[in-house]
Design a protein around this ligand. Sequence first.
Ligand code: SF4
Length: 317
Amino acid sequence: MEKIRVGISQCLLGENVRYDGQHKQDPYITGVLGQWFEFVPVCPEVECGMGVPRKRIQLEGRVEAPRMVTIETRNDLTTLMQAWCSRRMPELEGEALCGFIFKRKSPSCGVERVKVYSAENEAPENKGTGLFAAAFMHHFPELPVAEEDWLHDPGLRENFIERVLALKRWRELIADGSGASGLVKFHAHYKYLLMAHSVPLYRELGRITADLKNRPIEQIQADYYERLMKALALRTTVKKQVNVLQHMAGYFKKQLNADEKRELHEVIERYHEGHVPLIVPIAILNHYVEKYDERYLKNQYYLNPHPMELHLRNHLD
Ligand code: SF4
């Protein structure tokens, strides 16, 4: 299976690029996710010329527009880093990344809660974003991003990976040139996964695919893509999952006998009450999809996920 290209803060791969010549290897990322991801490493501080080892830096000033300053020698490196970011973003466009994993708390790479020190106030505010991470998210607003510790939380990890895979599938759809018919098929295959995130956005996406004659396909695809990534970024909840499971159970009204129907609804209810994980009702539905050759559900990414998604779902409540 072709690996998925994902950018990463280089120190997380175990490379000695930190200010002190050390690394911050994350064994889950290199050992588990590395089976599916082809990592594109970036170390902003090394690439912009700060070297290894280097002086420690921190963010200072206003949280919305912090300066990057060396702690002991008071050297302002903001312009150096920002100029490098401006040169690097167009290069990263060419890497066709499906996501980026950032090192948390770093004044260059942290996505959120990076310390910002102000001159007047000794205590830092934990509300900053590293300069590279901020430039990256501004340049690629829809690209899925995560900090390494998010990947140790089953829900956040699944959400990140689901979006990475959606982007990969989206890129394949655009590359195959199937246009309007491909978009309709894509939307159909994503129906229940989208509903597990947001029924209103699923409907909005449906309206886009229902009006394919009045605008250029590139415009329609751009609108669809923006809302697709917005929908998938919303967290699923047990209530939303139950709604999807019940819709799917409805496909088997005619085939199942009274005992099988009761058993299926009981399992969904047990999931609802937190007694069994999501994978249990999904496994039963998949069994009926196979048994009764239910074509529409067979193509649903919700029931027929990437092996990586399948593996991760085992840990979801
Ligand atoms: S956190 Fe970012 S800048 Fe710091 S060592 Fe890691 S990759 Fe380099």
